[in-house]
Design a protein. Structure first.
Ligand SMILES: [Zn+2]
Ligand SMILES: [Zn+2]
Length: 341
């Protein structure tokens, strides 16, 4: 089969590799679409990947061969793929399977081979069925929306004003889900005009360019001097964290969804005292959150396809990575691999 393989010194290379088999405890999936995630970009640039790794974790496809798994969804079932977990360790028992350290298995992030390939072998517990009315491109992006929903849950807010910092895929997905959940007003700060426009299409009440407009003044105006009740940091810019301390309301909540590799300094830590706001982070997402987002897609409340800027074939991926993804020109890339549905 054909796959985009990582090779040291070369990056992504299209190669012919052996097609995996379902084996004793696995299931073979034929890939339809795979989304290119910001974390794929970070992994490719990290220097941590070994030769031969196949990335890609935002996958839609069909069950091609269920091997020895007789009670599984029938062959041909439309599915997305999410990580497994042990269900027994401290983290799993806390209801946080995404923090499982025992038997958490993942595809496409350096553990098992991922979805930038025609087929992949997965464990049965990784499969989530796609409801009727959801196409393969939307389904591949359910995970992006589930990550946004997870961030919103970690913030533990129930409603009110919102600021989303950063209009990448997870920021845009957050805007949409805040609107579905009835939060408002929802503001998006994002320096790139095209992403601000998409933010409006996903339902943002206000958008602003943080490089050109005064965030503190705008916050005062939009929240009538209260500050934002919830702030989600989705840009990966470390200096946004101390800024969020300034912009949040008393008793508000700040959640860092983006994964930051550089530090920040807090010049006014007393905001933590005077405002008693909650500061937290979020990581990954759960099966339930993916199922919720797929259901919203089926109900027509989410159309993730609006954020797709590049629809490419597997053969085109290495070039698109160099020309569009690495320089930050693409918002969301979908790699069209098998038959779509
Ligand atoms: Zn992802
Ligand atoms: Zn566990």
């Amino acid at each position: 089969m054909k796959a985009a393989v990582f090779l040291k010194g070369k990056g992504l290379v299209i190669e012919e590799v052996p097609t995996p088999e379902a084996g004793e405890d696995g299931v073979l999936v034929k890939v339809a679409d795979t989304g290119f995630c910001g974390s794929d970009h970070s992994l490719l640039e990290s220097g941590l990947l070994s030769d031969g790794v196949i990335l890609g974790h935002e996958v839609s496809g069909v069950v091609w061969d269920r091997g020895k798994q007789e009670n599984l969804l029938p062959d041909g079932s439309r599915i997305i793929i999410r990580p497994t977990f042990c269900g027994q360790c401290r983290e799993c028992r806390m209801g946080k399977p995404y923090l499982c350290q025992v038997k958490r298995r993942t595809i496409g992030i350096g553990d098992l081979p991922g979805g930038f390939a025609e087929y992949l072998r997965v464990y049965p517990r990784m499969l989530i069925p796609i409801p009727d009315g959801v196409d393969s491109r939307n389904a591949a992006l359910a995970e992006t929306f589930a990550s946004a929903l997870h961030g919103i849950k970690c913030a533990k807010s129930e409603g009110g004003s919102v600021l989303v910092m950063g209009g990448g895929p997870i920021g845009l997905a957050s805007v949409r889900i805040f609107k579905i959940l009835g939060f408002g007003p929802v503001a998006l700060s994002e320096p790139i005009e095209k992403k601000r426009d998409l933010g409006k299409r996903f339902g943002a009440d206000f958008v602003l360019d943080p490089f050109k407009e005064n965030m503190i003044q705008q916050t005062q105006e939009w929240t009538h001097g209260v500050g934002f009740e919830t702030i989600l940091e989705c840009s990966g810019v470390p200096d946004n964290v101390p800024l969020a301390f300034n912009l949040t309301a008393r008793g508000g909540s700040v959640c860092i969804v983006s994964i930051m590799f550089k530090g920040f300094s807090v010049n006014q830590p007393m905001f933590l005292n005077f405002k008693e706001f909650a500061l937290t982070g979020s990581y990954s997402n759960t099966h339930e959150e993916n199922i919720r987002c797929l259901a919203w897609m089926a109900e027509g409340k989410i159309d993730a396809r609006k954020m797709i800027t590049d629809l490419v074939s597997l053969d085109q991926l290495p070039q698109v990575y160099q020309e569009r993804i690495h320089p930050g020109k693409a918002i969301k890339v979908i790699v069209k691999i098998g038959e779509e549905f």
